[in-house]
Design a protein around this ligand. Structure first.
Ligand code: CP
Length: 308
């Protein structure tokens, strides 16, 4: 099945069949990482521009690696050091980039809706690499791929997402994607970090960590997104960590086959103890590895196989 869509902007508007198509394609792409020469000609002659207006380690690097392994030309653009600093608008910048004929623009921006704006105005494909606290669709896809690899299936699994849900684009994309794949999602955190709108997304809400993680197949721990906070959401980091931090001691009350996930970057000793981050339960680096395969799959489905 070829993807018909031009862009990947959100998990909210992506169907379960499309998600499965990405995961299956990513599975077939994973083998490229094991080759001595990690290159296939799939996107030869295509140009991908990474347009990043916010900091990134994993997403930008993996999109670059993904594009290069598929033989595309990849250009990295940072907001800082560009003519945005001279007052050029986001849309004008994107239109000027498009005037140089890229096939795909991968965009990260602090404004929710930034990628959707570009998708509306640009003829080339647009991929959302994170827009404010709105969505991060390829993160959700790599999370699903990791869970499917480890558990063998997705439907019927219990996932608990813990921490700063309010400011997390990962939580929003994960919730949309996981619900579509038939998973049960619980969000847990202090009331100040759980938006009331969560109830409308079909998730359970808990304000007690032990209760929320007791029956989870997967625990997704989130970082406090200080860069998006405008007020005092927690009494102190020490207090937050004491109540909401995941430790080996707390894990003893969980399922023995529980998976611990985190989108990164991890703040060790805050949401997650170092012992948990490095434990046999942790699949955090598997998520990063799968990020390359998922992004290869998305680039291929948008730029290499899309039906006219
Ligand atoms: N998970 C994630 O988006 O990480 P980066 O901010 O490093 O890209």
């Amino acid at each position: 099945m070829a993807w018909k869509r031009k862009d990947l902007v959100s998990m909210q508007d992506t169907e379960a069949a499309e998600i499965t198509e990405v995961l299956d394609t990513a599975e077939s792409m994973k083998e490229i990482a094991t080759r001595e020469i990690k290159k296939v000609p799939t996107l030869r002659g295509k140009t991908i521009v990474n347009l990043f207006y916010e900091a990134s380690t994993r997403t930008r690097t993996s999109f670059e690696i993904a594009g290069k392994w598929l033989s595309a030309d990849v250009i990295n653009f940072s907001g800082s050091g560009s003519s945005a600093e001279k007052g050029e608008s986001f849309l004008d910048t994107a239109k000027n980039i498009e005037a140089m004929s890229p096939d795909v623009v991968v965009v990260r921006h602090k404004a929710p809706g930034g990628p959707a704006l570009l998708a509306k105005h640009l003829k080339c494909s647009v991929i959302n690499a994170g827009d404010g606290a709105h969505e991060h669709p390829t993160q959700a896809l790599l999370d699903l791929l990791t869970i499917r690899q480890k558990k063998g299936h997705l439907e019927g699994l219990n996932v608990t997402i813990v921490g700063d849900i309010t400011h997390s684009r990962v939580a929003r994309s994960d919730i949309h994607a996981m619900r579509k794949m038939g998973m049960t999602v619980t969000v847990a955190g202090p009331p100040t970090l759980i938006p009331p709108a969560c109830q409308d997304m079909g998730v359970k809400v808990s304000h007690r960590l032990e209760e929320a993680i007791a029956h989870a197949d997967v625990i997704m721990m989130l970082r406090l997104q200080h860069e998006r906070m405008t007020g005092g959401f927690i009494p102190s980091l020490r207090e937050y960590s004491r109540v909401w931090g995941l430790t080996l001691d707390r894990l003893t009350h969980c399922r023995p086959d529980v998976l611990i996930m985190h989108p990164g970057p991890v703040n060790r000793g805050v949401e997650l103890s170092p012992e948990v981050a490095d434990s046999q339960y942790s699949v955090i680096l598997d998520q990063v590895t799968n990020g390359v395969a998922v992004r290869m799959a998305v680039l291929y489905l948008l730029a290499g196989s899309r039906a006219a």
